[in-house]
Write a protein that binds this ligand. Structure first.
Ligand code: HEM
Length: 420
């Protein structure tokens, strides 16, 4: 059983966090934290001090706690810690007013607006397009016998999918690919190039919104403009911030769902064979539960985005002072043995699987239906078309990105029998 009092007397020094070893396998460190210091104050690589919440019950509660604000003005260090929390470049590009940085009532108003444009029906209608994109990308390497699945598959798929949904014309989508590439390559590193890419994206989106106002289409940006014209107000700046957060939140996450998910399948041949058999029999149930399990087992979002205490409060028996940053460690919560049976086992048919991979509460992932659609199409098509797909490197040779929020591979070299 957990005992909140252990927090004060850890039996050994806390494991080092944010090292390369940690990046390649953070789960032993998370198990230690859950057990001995479930609400743990630590200095992040940026120098900002934050509380890490690692147990499932505490994490779920914290995600839904309205006393934890998403707005960085509540950070006790916001005056001098400027620029150290949040997405690099978003402040200077004037993109702060997006869903992940705001609280009700603004959050409620903006979320309602975007939900009108981003309906499950619209996402479902997008399925043939996602399938087409998936096949086109696999066509690019299927006759070669080997590929890097991150660069050639997991990375471009979500960027093209979101650009299509937003209504970015095809001839401009490669610019987004380049800007997004800069963001993903340098996510945990130098901020200069990232900030420049964010600015370019912002300028482009502002112009695109302007053009669409004159000529509305069926795309998501037009939908946002239309929704705002029907009685609810959406400023041009909010529209740009919304488009930006859809790109930002929906891009690297999905890259890592496909990357981490494929990697986990390649490392668990019996699970992968089960899935291949089910797919061959036309049964997609295991695909649906399997993608959820892959999210729980090694999900793309290691930590939920920033929260700040608006008053003194207690989480898991630990007092948190007003102004303190709190980071909910989804990856740790989703391996909590108090919540999941055999949490370190990958079981694609797991049923009782209310994982926190998409968050919880009012900020629950807006794009979850699109992410599921892309994740399922990507994995099923890979396994169907390249049935003997295998890892083309030793697991120890693979490098994980050391970013704070996301967990994902830099490369995923694979080999397979070429399609004739
Ligand atoms: C929010 C995960 C894909 C758009 C979130 C949150 C998580 C998450 C954990 C909550 C963050 C927090 O509470 O701090 C994921 C994962 C994805 C994924 C694991 C892929 C596997 C997408 C896609 C889109 C998207 C494809 C859109 C195209 C958003 C937005 C929010 C969000 C707009 C903010 C919602 C709000 O604050 O109300 N996502 N996401 N996500 N996600 Fe996703």
């Amino acid at each position: 059983m957990h005992d909140a009092n252990d927090t004060n007397t850890p039996p050994a020094p806390a494991p080092s966090l944010f090292t390369w070893e940690f990046a390649s396998d953070p789960y032993p460190a998370y198990a230690w934290l859950r057990e001995h210091a479930p609400v743990h104050r630590t200095a992040l690589p940026s120098g900002v001090e934050a509380w890490l919440v690692t147990r499932y019950a505490d994490a779920r509660q914290a995600l839904a706690d309205q006393r934890l604000s998403k707005n960085p003005v509540h950070h006790s260090e916001s005056a001098h810690g400027k620029g150290k929390v949040g997405i690099p470049g978003e402040r200077s590009a004037n993109l702060m007013t997006h869903l992940l940085n705001i609280d009700p009532p603004d959050h409620t108003r903006l979320r309602r607006l975007v939900s009108k444009a981003f309906t499950p029906r619209r996402v479902a209608e997008f399925a043939p397009r996602v399938q087409e994109l998936t096949d086109r990308l696999i066509d690019g390497f299927a006759d070669r016998g080997e590929a890097d699945l991150i660069h050639e598959f997991a990375f471009p798929l979500p960027i093209y999918a979101i650009c299509d949904m937003l209504g970015v014309p095809p001839e401009d989508q490669d610019d987004f690919r380049d800007w997004a590439g800069m963001m993903i390559r340098h996510g945990g590193g130098p901020r200069g190039g990232v900030a420049r890419s964010v600015k370019k994206m912002r300028t482009y989106l502002a112009e695109l919104i302007h053009r669409k106002r004159e000529d509305l289409g069926e795309d998501l940006i037009s939908g946002l403009i239309r929704a705002s014209d029907h009685g609810e107000h959406l400023t041009e700046n909010e529209a740009a911030a919304m488009a930006f957060i859809l790109l930002f939140a929906g891009f690297e996450t999905t890259v890592n769902l496909i990357g981490n998910g494929t990697y986990a399948l390649l490392r668990h041949p019996e699970q992968r064979e089960r899935l291949q058999r089910a797919l061959a029999e036309g049964d997609e149930t295991l695909l649906a539960t399997g993608v959820e399990e892959l999210l729980r087992y090694d999900g793309p979002v290691e930590l939920a985005t920033w929260r700040f205490a608006t008053q003194d409060l207690t989480i898991g028996g630990q007092r948190i002072a007003e102004g303190d940053p709190v980071l909910v460690v989804l990856a740790a919560a989703d391996r909590d043995p108090e919540r999941f049976a055999a949490p370190d086992t990958l079981d694609l048919s797991r049923r009782d699987n209310q994982h926190l991979g998409y968050g919880h509460g009012i900020h629950y992932c807006l794009g979850a239906p699109l992410a599921r659609l892309e994740g399922q199409a990507a994995l099923a098509t890979l396994l169907r078309r390249l049935p003997d797909l295998r890892l083309n490197a030793e697991p120890e040779e693979l490098r994980w990105r050391g970013g704070l929020i996301m967990r994902g591979l830099r490369t995923l070299p694979v080999a397979f029998t070429s399609e004739s």
